[in-house]
Design a protein around this ligand. Structure first.
Ligand code: NDP
Ligand code: GDR
Length: 374
């Protein structure tokens, strides 16, 4: 059988890196689009990088950008992919309020550019297309739990752009008979999650605080409720969606919901720290109640390690999301394997290793800045 070729936009991101690993294991030739940057931006895929000077290369990166249709068309023409996974996006909801036009160009128009390239190149019967749709489409929720038939009500420039991308994918399927699918994915995380999304901000921040590298964590709306899964489980589902006889759209979620506050508490517990929250709204503080073990040497009982900073509140918030993955379970036989608590523990452990290395360097006079704007 001929080797299958996949093209992944957003290959340098969290999902792109897990999906590339997954497809390589399945025997695919994996092509990815990376953006030109002034510094290296391939850390998440460096471990699967293959030297272009050797034969039979199965992992190939192309420079490109979702805002450049000629570039996308050229890459698709060159690769002639069997499957395209459109994971590239300006994916941060809060940032989309600051860069709404750019977000629309990349997240909405970028999707159209790829679909049009596939069509204009005459590949609409060969190339299968996966669109990274999102639970943010439900925004101000109209029904709980949210399923494929729940009406959308986007609440950010990001979600509005993704709404266009969702419908243009459906439209190309209906208009041109393309095999095009939307995965409506609820939040999914991992140790590779971007540092400014809430879970990673918490696990990384907590590990740094425990090692004395940061004084406290500044958070936004910690009562926000999310349905969190593990990215590894979710990329498997992206591939499964493109292996069906007929294209369709699927909600991917765990069906369980927790608050940001709970995620903070689990992260602290993984570090042997017990937290109590005091105050309300902008006065809220997380105070250390008890410390067990030795993973948090820099902390003492009574320390304030979480504070609320209104700068992290959003102009319009998505307060609650809870998915119903019944269709994915019954039609595709998909079930998530990793629980959110296991995932949180894994993330804390990984971030703690890095924090411990930084603390050791600091102890020996090599101070390294650890904070990023988040
Ligand atoms: P990340 O933010 O980790 O990765 C986004 C990827 O898109 C990166 O590779 C990034 O490149 C790339 N990218 C950004 N802008 C452009 C551009 N203009 N042209 C080309 N590539 C670009 O996101 P995730 O991996 O978490 O998510 C993958 C997709 O799934 C995104 O579309 C996201 O919106 C969507 N999604 C994510 C969910 C989640 O919970 N993770 C849930 C539902 C949907 P660089 O590395 O250079 O920045
Ligand atoms: P989200 O993820 O907006 O759901 O989008 P994020 O982790 O950014 O926020 C989740 C919830 O936590 C609240 N929150 C904070 N968020 C951040 N980033 N930083 C904070 O300090 C903070 N404090 C509280 C937020 O207000 C929000 O309610 C993610 C992205 O991956 C999207 O690309 C994807 O489409 C959706 O998940 C599904």
């Amino acid at each position: 059988m001929e080797q299958k070729k996949a093209l992944i936009t957003g290959i340098t991101g969290q999902d792109g890196s897990y999906l590339a690993e997954f497809l390589l294991e399945k025997g695919y030739q994996v092509h990815g689009i990376k953006r030109r940057a002034s510094s290296f931006n391939t850390q998440r895929v460096d471990h699967i990088y293959q030297d272009p000077h050797v034969d039979n290369q199965n992992f190939i990166l192309h420079y490109g950008d979702l805002n450049d249709s000629s570039n996308l068309t050229r890459i698709i023409q060159e690769v002639q992919p069997d499957e395209v996974y459109n994971l590239g996006a300006q994916s941060h909801v809060a940032v989309s309020f600051e860069a709404p036009e750019y977000t629309a160009d990349v997240d909405a128009m970028g999707t159209l550019r790829i679909l049009e390239a596939i069509r204009l190149l005459g590949l609409e019967k060969k190339t299968r297309f996966y669109q990274a749709s999102t639970s943010e489409l439900y925004g101000l929720v109209q029904e709980t739990p949210q399923k494929e038939t729940t009406p959308f009500y986007p609440r950010s420039p990001y979600a509005v752009a993704k709404l266009y991308a969702y419908w243009i994918t459906v439209n190309y399927r209906e208009a041109y008979g393309m095999y095009a699918c939307n995965g409506i994915l609820f939040n999914h995380e991992s140790p590779r999650r971007g540092e400014t999304f809430v879970t990673r901000k918490i696990t990384r921040g907590m590990a740094n605080i425990a090692q004395g590298l940061e004084p406290c964590l500044y958070m936004g709306n910690i009562d926000s409720l999310r349905d969190w899964g593990h990215a590894k489980d979710y990329v498997r589902m992206q591939w499964m969606m493109l292996q069906q006889e007929q294209p369709d759209d699927f909600v991917i979620a765990t069906g369980v919901q927790y608050s940001v506050r709970e995620f903070i508490t689990w992260s602290a517990a993984e570090l042997g720290v017990h937290l109590r929250f005091e105050g309300s709204g902008v006065d809220e503080q997380g105070i250390v109640e008890r410390i067990d073990g030795d993973k948090a040497p820099a902390l003492k009982v009574g320390d304030v390690i979480v504070r609320i900073d209104p700068r992290y509140f959003r102009p319009a918030e998505v307060e609650t999301l809870l998915g119903d993955p019944t269709k994915a379970k019954t039609v595709l036989g998909w079930t998530p394997e990793i629980t959110v608590q296991e995932m949180c523990a894994e993330m804390v452990r990984e971030d703690l290793k890095v924090a411990q290395r930084h603390a050791l360097l600091k102890e020996h006079g090599h101070d390294m800045p650890v904070s990023v704007e988040n």
